[in-house]
Write a protein that binds this ligand. Structure first.
Ligand SMILES: NC(=O)c1ccc[n+]([C@@H]2O[C@H](COP(=O)([O-])OP(=O)(O)OC[C@H]3O[C@@H](n4cnc5c(N)ncnc54)[C@H](O)[C@@H]3O)[C@@H](O)[C@H]2O)c1
Length: 320
């Protein structure tokens, strides 16, 4: 499994770029907003936790160094298409461009709607609102986010970056910054996650969305797409199990560790179509192994025929 390293040059190439992010009021999103600002990017971030978002905006602007970029907060519920649109509109109005789009907002899932003690012929008559919320916030709004991001990215000017992360030190390589979408999924989007029925479905959906964008977004829009898949990270989402986790001495990411992987995928033009598992503060690409072992888990003959099918299906132009 290939380790993904965070490099200083990735920070440098975000200088002057415009980053749009959802879910930035706290946790991993807030750490990403801060890191991007320190790297000299201008960040527009939205969250429905309005008080926390405003306070973060105020703190970061007050502590702003000469090298740092700006930070703008917009209260929003990602389920409203028009609110997400307003966030991108603000970036476009203020800076005339969008270079990086990070979808980070998500909610956990309350228990009690799938368990046998709560599920009977009486309770089953009521549609479970938490499921719908979890799918709407964690998946449907992420698809909308990508659609809006691509529309804004295609009309954003391409810039040259003096310090493109993957070109650093190599003067022969072209050095234009490639625009990038980063979707925050989860380890629950790759492996089984008992009890997290809607959350895990949505996070698997986010990986599916990244895979659907992978062959397509670079060709159509010249945009890269990656998914970040954190394991246990020290934020309020983990509160219920944190004590036991720490007692058992299990690896725990800090929000900044995940933020660094978000930044690296945003900045490094070599990182595309990856699912980056973040555990114990380090990032690992799981997608490379998944692709490489296709003949093993699908069977050699199946894999060969399937690959031919993929060629026929192409980018979906002729049949979707
Ligand atoms: N913390 C972990 O262990 C962990 C593990 C795997 C994946 N993740 C993922 O990382 C991302 C960040 O999570 P976190 O751990 O920082 O949790 P968090 O709760 O601290 O952050 C999530 C943010 O999303 C915002 N949000 C939720 N619903 C929203 C909505 N409808 N509209 C606008 N904003 C909304 C919240 O207000 C919050 O600020 C999420 O996508 C989460 O699924 C976290």
């Amino acid at each position: 499994m290939a380790e993904v390293a965070y490099t200083e040059s990735s920070q440098q190439c975000l200088r002057g770029k415009v980053v749009v992010l959802t879910g930035g009021a706290q946790g991993i999103g807030a750490a990403t907003v801060k890191l991007c600002q320190q790297a000299g990017a201008n960040v527009i971030f939205g969250d429905w936790a309005a008080e926390k978002g405003r306070s973060l905006e105020k703190d970061l602007m007050a502590a702003q160094s000469a090298e740092a970029g700006s930070v703008h907060f917009l209260p929003l519920d990602v389920r409203e298409y028009s609110s997400q649109l307003a966030m991108f509109d603000l970036a476009h109005k203020n800076y005339g461009r969008v270079d990086v789009a990070v979808s980070c907002a998500a909610v956990g899932e309350p228990g009690g709607w799938f368990e046998p003690e709560d599920l009977n012929l009486e309770t089953v008559r009521k549609e479970p609102a938490p499921t719908k919320n979890a799918i709407d916030i964690n998946l449907t709004s992420v698809i909308s986010f990508c659609r809006i991001a691509l529309a804004f990215m295609i009309c954003s000017p391409t810039t040259s970056s003096p310090n493109n992360a993957s070109n650093a030190g190599d003067s022969n390589k072209p050095d234009s910054f490639s625009k990038s979408i980063v979707l925050v999924s989860s380890i629950a989007g790759i492996t089984e996650a008992p009890g997290l029925f809607a959350y895990s479905s949505a996070k698997h959906g986010v990986i599916g969305l990244m895979r659907a964008l992978r062959p397509w977004a670079p060709v159509r829009y010249n945009v890269r797409a990656n998914a970040i898949c954190p394991w246990a990270t020290d934020t309020q989402i983990l509160a219920g199990v944190r004590k036991r986790w720490v007692e058992e001495n299990m690896p725990l990411n800090q929000p900044e560790d995940v933020a660094k992987m978000i930044l690296q995928s945003a900045a490094d033009s070599k990182i595309h179509g990856r699912a980056i598992y973040v555990a114990g503060g380090k990032g690992f690409d799981t997608e490379q192994g998944y692709d490489r072992t296709l003949p093993q888990w699908m069977g050699e003959e199946n894999a060969k025929i399937w690959l031919k099918g993929q060629e026929i299906l192409g980018l979906g132009d002729d049949w979707t």
